[in-house]
Design a protein around this ligand. Structure first.
Ligand SMILES: [Zn+2]
Ligand SMILES: [Zn+2]
Length: 255
């Protein structure tokens, strides 16, 4: 399984893109950094998109990607929860942008498939387990398992308190959000995001339950705090004796 980070931040700039993870060039988790990060040929090769929640930084490229697929004459399979479907229906309402849920009438470009937490679905040749996480709006993470048994888990946006989540997942690679540095612990707790200190607590609970720690990649970092977050993650990795790496745009990982 080859994993490529299209975007590893929660804000966009010339050097930072919104969250998007590409698996084996075919399955996309969250839709940030997609149309600016992939050629038209790569966009055409996508088989499915799984979205964690409705926040704009995670769904932003769906309308433009769908337009590109429409022009190519190819439909796009999108998988997510009903609240995300409603958010996409709001954006693709025929006034802001074409309603690709219904256009073209004979074969609509956007094909929406509903996911429910706790269920495993076959998506583009992978087993995708949808796992509820705790964020400010209904949000899920995805455990993706390939045919040859390689497994990664992407949390999407979440606050601390992931022990229920760990019960359900056993990944070789964990891609988890770490949005702010430890200095912003209180505001992060309120907005339901992670800091390096929260991550440490969650990894301790993971290890107690599972007896190991996966390789960890941090994403959704606030670019203005990146250096601070990286230093704090290095400290956590040293304390736990594990590998924690800040993600970056274009990073490729093989598991
Ligand atoms: Zn969010
Ligand atoms: Zn976000």
């Amino acid at each position: 399984m080859r994993i490529r980070l299209l975007g590893a931040h929660n804000c966009e700039s010339a050097s930072a893109r919104l969250p998007g993870i590409l698996i084996d060039n075919t399955l996309l988790l969250d839709a940030g950094g997609v149309t600016s990060g992939l050629s038209l040929k790569e966009q055409e090769a996508l088989k499915a998109v799984c979205l964690t929640h409705q926040h704009y930084d995670h769904i932003r490229d769906v309308p433009v990607l769908t337009m590109n697929r429409h022009i190519m004459g190819k439909s796009l399979d999108v998988y997510s929860t009903t609240s995300v479907r409603d958010a996409l229906a709001y954006l693709l309402n025929g006034a802001l942008y074409p309603n690709f849920f219904e256009r073209p009438p004979e074969n609509p470009t956007l094909k929406f498939n509903t996911l429910q937490a706790g269920q495993t679905k076959q998506v583009a040749g992978y087993s995708v387990l949808t796992v509820q996480v705790g964020h400010s709006v209904p949000s899920v993470g995805f455990q993706v398992t390939s045919k040859n048994g390689r497994t990664m888990f992407y949390t999407g946006d979440t606050g601390p308190g992931l022990s229920d989540c760990w019960q359900q997942t056993s990944p070789q690679l964990l891609i988890i959000e770490v949005t702010t540095s430890n200095k912003y612990e209180e505001s992060s707790r309120k907005a339901r995001h992670m800091t390096p200190a929260f991550l440490k607590e969650e990894l301790v609970s993971f290890r107690e339950l599972k007896g190991y720690l996966p390789r960890v990649i941090a994403v959704h970092m606030n670019p203005t705090m990146e250096n601070e977050i990286a230093a704090e993650l290095t400290a956590v990795a040293g304390e736990l004796g594990c590998s924690i790496t800040p993600g970056r745009e274009g990073m490729e990982l093989d598991i």
